[in-house]
Ligand binder design. Structure first.
Ligand code: HEC
Ligand SMILES: [Cu+2]
Length: 428
């Protein structure tokens, strides 16, 4: 046995500590990890990483062994002589050029192969999804299906999805760590990214992020991704592509133009025009609420607290009338920025499409849960909840922290906002 008892104790304590640290690194739950095999894309990247790590480890060990050997073998000894002095050594120089060149080949071949594989054009039958980055939320369009939604992305497992990445304003970056990617959204240019969520994989809720600094609420520009079975995706899509209509037509199907839903004019402003005949309503399908509530997907839930000092009249909170809400919404500034297919007054494109806002789990770029309290406060005073928000303060008499004005004309009372909330929540 070499070393004293004390030295051996220190060495074994260090080894034990290293082992404990190593094991601890394996035990955690890392929901946003990128080391996954959930798509062919991240599988290819992970395999490349493992290959490079393997060759890198061999090089590291080789270099360290040679270094340590040299240090000990040729160390200065008492009475030792000056070693032979040389100048130039062709064999040595060729060797230390050839070895790194060979190593580079080992790195370059799998790297270039992976680049070509992941940058190739997506299969022509892929599901097309347009991703449009906005300060500070995400717009998702499914051109083949006629769906426009925001901040919640549904993907069918086993089907290749081809993202066309664009921006409405500044640079953003689209990133779903668990599925792979991270690609920039660049002005006046479309970038592409494609992958296929594994066929038959369990349905999942995942986090998505903006990964390119884009202004004051960059950190608040998140989204949710749901990878679901193809049959469920079809149910989701069948519902989402319908118009967002309130009151929801019920059986027997309405065949005549729904004049009954249009009410008299309010304060001289024309009533919402009647909606074209609706013969059928497909029921809403979203990722199951009980699974969203479970600990399994707790990491996707918003945690941002409501800032202090924001109040909403408890007497009207959650007690709005949806029919009245539809009228107020349809004559307020909302319609200039938001679209609701099924409400012909509402065709704005500055803010998220609200056609099925009631069927979404979150609002404002995944920042808040889509419940009565958050929705009411959001409409009343968005810039206080989200720094820099492009959506202005709507609450009558409040001061807008971005625009520094007091909201008078066009401002709404808590009772009016509560009505709008009831309307938006009815748009499942
Ligand atoms: C000047 C344009 C503008 C006006 C006016 C406006 N909004 Fe918005 N709205 C936005 C923008 C932009 C967002 C996204 C903000 C973000 O997430 O950063 C938004 C977000 C929302 C959201 C959250 C949607 C989601 O899926 O995240 C709701 C609900 C909403 N607005 C309702 C309303 C209502 C109701 C009104 C009228 C009382 C209104 N907005 C007026 C621009 C506007
Ligand atoms: Cu950003």
């Amino acid at each position: 046995m070499v070393g004293t008892f004390r030295q051996r104790r220190v060495v074994s304590a260090l080894l034990l500590g290293a082992l404990a640290l190593g094991l601890a690194a394996c035990g955690g739950v890392y929901p946003n990890s990128t080391f996954n095999h959930t798509t062919e894309y991240n599988t290819a990247i992970d395999e490349l990483w493992n290959t490079l790590l393997f060759w890198g480890t061999i090089v590291f060990i080789g270099v360290e062994v040679a270094l340590v050997y040299t240090v000990f073998r040729f160390r200065r000894r008492p009475g030792g002589q000056t070693p032979k002095q040389v100048h130039g050594n062709t064999v040595l120089e060729i060797t230390w050029t050839a070895i790194p060149a060979a190593i580079l080949i080992f790195i370059a071949i799998p790297t270039v192969r992976t680049i070509f594989k992941t940058q190739a054009k997506a299969a022509p039958d892929a599901l097309q999804v347009q991703v449009i980055g906005h300060q500070w939320w995400w717009e998702f369009k499914y051109p083949q299906l006629g769906i426009t939604t925001a901040n919640e992305l549904y993907l069918p497992s086993g089907k290749t999805v081809n993202f066309e990445l664009k921006t409405y304003d500044v640079l953003h970056s689209f990133w779903i760590p668990q599925l792979g990617g991270k690609r920039d959204l660049i002005s006046n240019k479309s970038n592409y990214l494609w992958f296929t969520p594994n066929k038959g994989a369990p349905e999942q809720a995942l986090n998505g992020f903006c990964a390119e600094y884009c202004g004051s609420s960059h950190a608040n520009m998140k989204f949710r991704v749901f990878t679901v079975d193809p049959a469920n995706f079809d149910k989701w899509a069948a519902h989402q592509k319908q118009a967002g209509i309130f009151p929801v037509p019920v059986a027997p199907p309405v065949t005549a133009p729904a004049t009954a839903v249009a009410t008299a004019s309010v304060g001289g402003v024309p009533a919402v025009p009647a909606v074209a005949a609706v013969t059928e309503q497909v029921p809403v399908w979203v990722f199951p609420a009980d699974r969203m509530e479970s600990a399994e997907f707790a990491y996707t839930k918003p945690t941002m607290p409501i800032p202090a000092g924001l109040a909403f009249d408890e007497n009207v909170l959650g007690k709005g009338d949806a029919t009245r809400g539809r009228e107020i919404y349809s004559r307020s500034s909302c319609i200039g920025c938001h679209a609701i297919s099924g409400n012909p007054m509402s065709g704005g494109v500055v803010g998220p499409n609200l056609t099925h806002v009631g069927s979404r789990y979150t609002i404002a770029g995944g920042l808040f849960t889509n419940d009565t309290k958050h929705l009411s406060l959001w409409i009343k005073n968005a810039p206080h909840l989200k720094p820099g928000s492009i959506m202005p303060t709507i609450g009558k008499g409040l001061v807008d922290p971005v625009r520094k004005n007091t909201v008078t004309l066009g401002g709404l009372t808590d009772a009016e906002i509560a009505d709008i909330v009831a309307y938006l929540q009815a748009l499942k």
